[in-house]
Design a binder for this molecule. Structure first.
Ligand SMILES: *[C@@H]1O[C@H](CO)[C@@H](O)[C@H](O)[C@H]1NC(C)=O
Ligand SMILES: *[C@@H]1O[C@H](CO)[C@@H](O)[C@H](O)[C@H]1NC(C)=O
Ligand SMILES: *[C@@H]1O[C@H](CO)[C@@H](O)[C@H](O)[C@H]1NC(C)=O
Length: 355
């Protein structure tokens, strides 16, 4: 096998694994459930806003603009993001940050309500809805964030939504948005999934019944890892979601199924996303301008801080260099890591990219 073959295999592998990784994203029973028992499936017919009147338990002093879905027990992730992008730094970029939380489940020891109250007293950046933490409730959490953004800062130029385990270069993200803003109009900017099929295998954790979703493919949607929208779009998405049956895969539901109703315009910036945290580390260690702006931290919260420092240096001190034009980051680092494991085949993909 020559290098070209491997290289092609990698090119093919990256989009496939992004989809696969996306499927495994919330597949962490210890995170969203005290027991490993599968959770009851929300009846597909239940109206989305069955929790219509849910109230907020905690509200932030901050307004909006970057919404971060966060599991209430994951204090470490929030603290890493606060260290990576402290409030002053965000304000320089014209951004306020709000973490979206639900209620810790009874009997879960990783976060108590009183510690969350303290956390919010200290940082003022928690928005907590009156529903239980559960990945089947993520759609509520996500919708709560969009609703908050559209009501608390309706005149903001844009709103970003991300997960708490994503490392991101906010300097270049904001540049990119501003750059695109003047050229094109978009409603949703992010990693666009097109014609993705629901998983119909019962044994799979991502099994979706035809009762929950009965079409062959999902409408176009953006990955909930990180995407950019606008307050008026956020408002329309939530309003339109009200008329739909609840669907628990939050990004599909809000940025796909609800977005379809408003004929949302998508701007695909998937080339700026990597599934491999190692890629960002590679940019940091080689001190080069990164071709990727967003990647999962996969539990390595410190990566968020390392990558922010690096991004900051590249932006303000100009001390990092560009790669030679005929090279890209995938060639200098990731290929080495992933290649020897490729032959193990599909089932090992998740491990390769996660650790
Ligand atoms: C979602 O939250 C509601 C309200 O707290 C709760 O009744 C329900 O059990 C939660 N769903 C899951 C799957 O935990
Ligand atoms: C915006 O348009 C200008 C002029 O057509 C072009 O040079 C620039 O690259 C565009 N920016 C983006 C982000 O597309
Ligand atoms: C990396 O560079 C090669 C050419 O050297 C190019 O064909 C390939 O598309 C690039 N890969 C990415 C992910 O940009």
């Amino acid at each position: 096998m020559d290098a070209k073959f491997y290289f092609k295999a990698i090119l093919l592998f990256i989009p496939c694994s992004l989809v696969f990784y996306w499927m495994t994203l919330y597949d962490d029973p210890t995170k969203y459930s005290p027991t490993a028992e599968p959770e009851a499936i929300q009846p597909g017919a239940a109206h989305f806003w069955a929790l219509h009147d849910f109230s907020y338990i905690l509200t932030p002093r901050n307004k909006c603009q970057i919404l971060v879905t966060s599991y209430s027990g994951e204090v470490m992730a929030r603290s890493a993001l606060r260290r990576a992008y402290p409030i002053d730094e965000l304000l320089r970029l014209g951004i306020w940050r709000v973490f979206l939380l639900a209620k810790p489940k009874r009997g879960v020891v990783d976060a108590s309500q009183s510690s969350l109250v303290d956390e919010n007293r200290r940082f003022g950046d928690l928005l907590q809805g009156d529903f239980d933490e559960s990945y089947r409730n993520l759609t509520y959490k996500h919708a709560m964030g969009l609703k908050w953004a559209s009501t608390s800062c309706p005149s903001a130029q844009y709103v970003m939504k991300m997960d708490d385990d994503i490392a991101v270069d906010l300097y270049r993200v904001t540049e990119t948005i501003v750059g695109y803003g003047s050229n094109t109009t978009f409603d949703l900017m992010g990693y666009v999934f097109d014609k993705l099929r629901p998983i119909r295998l019962k044994a799979n954790k991502w099994y979706v019944t035809t009762h929950e979703y009965n079409r062959e493919v999902y409408p176009k949607f953006v990955s909930g890892w990180f995407y950019v929208t606008k307050p008026e779009v956020a408002k329309l998405l939530v309003e339109n979601a009200l008329s739909l049956p609840y669907f628990w895969i939050d990004d599909v539901f809000l940025t796909g199924i609800a977005a379809e109703l408003i004929n949302a315009r998508f701007l695909d910036v998937g080339r700026l996303f990597s599934t491999y945290p190692e890629v960002l580390d590679c940019c940091v260690s080689k001190n080069v301008v990164c071709e990727y702006l967003v990647a999962p931290s996969s539990g390595d919260f410190d990566l968020q801080i390392r990558f922010q420092r690096h991004s900051h240096n590249c932006k303000y001190s100009g001390s990092c260099s560009s790669l030679a034009p005929d090279l890209n980051i995938s060639q200098i680092c990731v290929a080495k890591k992933v290649l020897p494991k490729l032959h193990r085949g599909f089932p090992s993909f998740a491990q390769i990219q996660l650790r």
